[in-house]
Design a protein. Structure first.
Length: 206
């Protein structure tokens, strides 16, 4: 079966989630049951659009918003630590995993630290807002789109920041953002075999 870019992106996402470290092209090719040259070419195409990220050694360090190298938005699943390209990624991935954890971010308007604990699929805080910029035909999702998707202390603060930046989009509650985000990331947790990858059932994260 031919390997598509969505296949490579989703498999890379699952490997990063499972291994918590950079993933080699060879490891990804093994999971996809493909040849290294084909997988490397797919990653180059995806990297060029900001759909995945690689390090200087060519290893995969980010895919579908999930990162194993430090970024501005952090996602903790039990004692496991990840980062994401935008706040929406963190909310969606954590809830899709049905895990206990915490999303840690900051408001671009005030630099205030924002933490949202989750108990399975339920956010503990509901007083925050997320601004999700309207998608456009950008050259790089990770570099251009993601920096404009952030958490704010209030909905009014999100609206004011968006107006100052001259950006159109939507302001969501935390519950709305997690519902939408989880629906987007759940399919990425499904392997080609149909098996769904969920958070480990360690006592510290379930």
């Amino acid at each position: 079966m031919a390997i598509s870019e969505p296949d490579a992106r989703a498999a890379g996402f699952r490997l990063l989630l499972a291994k918590r470290r950079p993933v080699t092209v060879e490891e990804l090719a093994t999971v996809l049951d493909g040849d290294v040259e084909t997988v490397a070419r797919l990653l180059t195409n995806l990297d060029g659009r900001g759909s995945v990220r690689r390090d200087v050694q060519g290893r995969l360090v980010g895919s579908a918003g999930l990162s194993v190298v430090p970024w501005r938005h952090e996602m903790r699943v039990g004692d496991r630590r990840f980062w994401t390209w935008c706040a929406y990624d963190a909310l969606g991935i954590l809830v899709a995993l049905e895990a206990y954890g915490t999303v840690i971010s900051s408001s671009p308007a005030t630099d205030a630290r924002i933490e949202i604990p989750f108990r399975a699929v339920l956010a503990v805080r509901h007083d925050l807002a997320l601004f999700r910029v309207q998608m456009w035909d950008c050259a790089s999702v990770e570099e251009e789109y993601c920096p404009l998707v952030n958490l704010f202390e209030t909905a009014d603060g999100a609206v004011a920041w968006a107006e100052e930046e001259g950006r159109a989009g939507e302001v969501l509650t935390v519950d709305e953002a997690t519902d939408k985000g989880a629906a987007e990331w759940r399919p990425l947790l499904i392997e080609r075999t149909g098996h769904q990858l969920l958070a480990q059932t360690d006592d510290d994260c379930r």
